[in-house]
Design a binder for this molecule. Structure first.
Ligand code: HEC
Length: 208
């Protein structure tokens, strides 16, 4: 009787132990998965695209696709992508057309109208915040070309100078986007919407 009990305990320990061990997962090992069909859908999964047809375990595969457990790519798309790229030159619905002018198109770009309606007053405050972050250190808070950087380096434009008063918002937008002469480009830091806001604010600054 005692012997039987010991054997039983021993067996329980062995079974429980092997269960625990089989659950470990490592850096390169997902561990044992119970009901893998719940984790690996048959559908194409854009965020986990796996193109290797044999990846994973064949036994745990969904039988329908005849591939390994993890394969989830779309064989009909280029590179077996699960999602297709949009047709070139398409624009998302409701979005403005992308800015098409390149660095040397300043003259044509100057004629582009701002998409912000003239009567939109709320844009001034936002424009000021953006101007203070991106422009004040060179052009100064009032636009007079007297920012901190201008104290050390000559050549920063005085936006209140006669030569600049007539600049259109399109012109200013273009200069923010690509820079000009000594001024660097800001297109990668400031979104197009924000560039138009800054341009409107510069025109506002120039009035005073
Ligand atoms: C690192 C300093 C610096 C920063 C930051 C800077 N600028 Fe300039 N900006 C200049 C200099 C220098 C010039 C003169 C460029 C030249 O003609 O060589 C200039 C010129 C200009 C001009 C005149 C363009 C023309 O057609 O002659 C405008 C408008 C302008 N900046 C607007 C802005 C706005 C708006 C911002 C903020 C988004 C900004 N700048 C940020 C240095 C700067």
């Amino acid at each position: 009787m005692r012997m039987l009990k010991t054997t039983f305990n021993y067996l329980t320990f062995l079974v429980a132990g092997s269960f625990l061990i089989s659950c470990t997962a490592g850096e390169n090992d997902t561990g044992l998965e119970f009901s893998p069909q719940m984790y690996h859908a048959t559908s194409y999964e854009p965020l986990t695209q796996i193109v290797d047809e044999d990846a994973g375990n064949w036994l745990d595969s969904n039988d329908e696709d005849g591939h390994g457990e993890f394969y989830n790519s779309n064989p009909y798309n280029p590179y077996k992508m699960t999602m297709r790229e949009p047709v070139p030159n398409t624009v998302r619905r409701g979005q403005p057309l992308p800015y098409r002018y390149t660095v040397n198109d300043l003259e044509a770009a100057a004629l582009v109208e701002s998409p912000i309606p003239a009567e939109d007053e709320s844009v001034i405050k936002k424009g000021q915040e953006l101007y203070d972050s991106y422009c004040t250190h060179c052009h100064g808070a009032s636009g007079a070309g007297d920012g901190k950087v201008a104290e050390a380096y000559a050549g920063v434009a005085n936006l209140k100078g006669a030569a600049y008063l007539e600049l259109s918002e399109g012109h200013i937008f273009h200069v923010i986007t690509y820079g000009k002469g000594l001024m660097g480009a800001h297109g990668s830091q400031v979104s197009p919407e924000d560039r138009w806001r800054i341009a409107r604010y510069v025109k506002e600054l120039q009035k005073n």
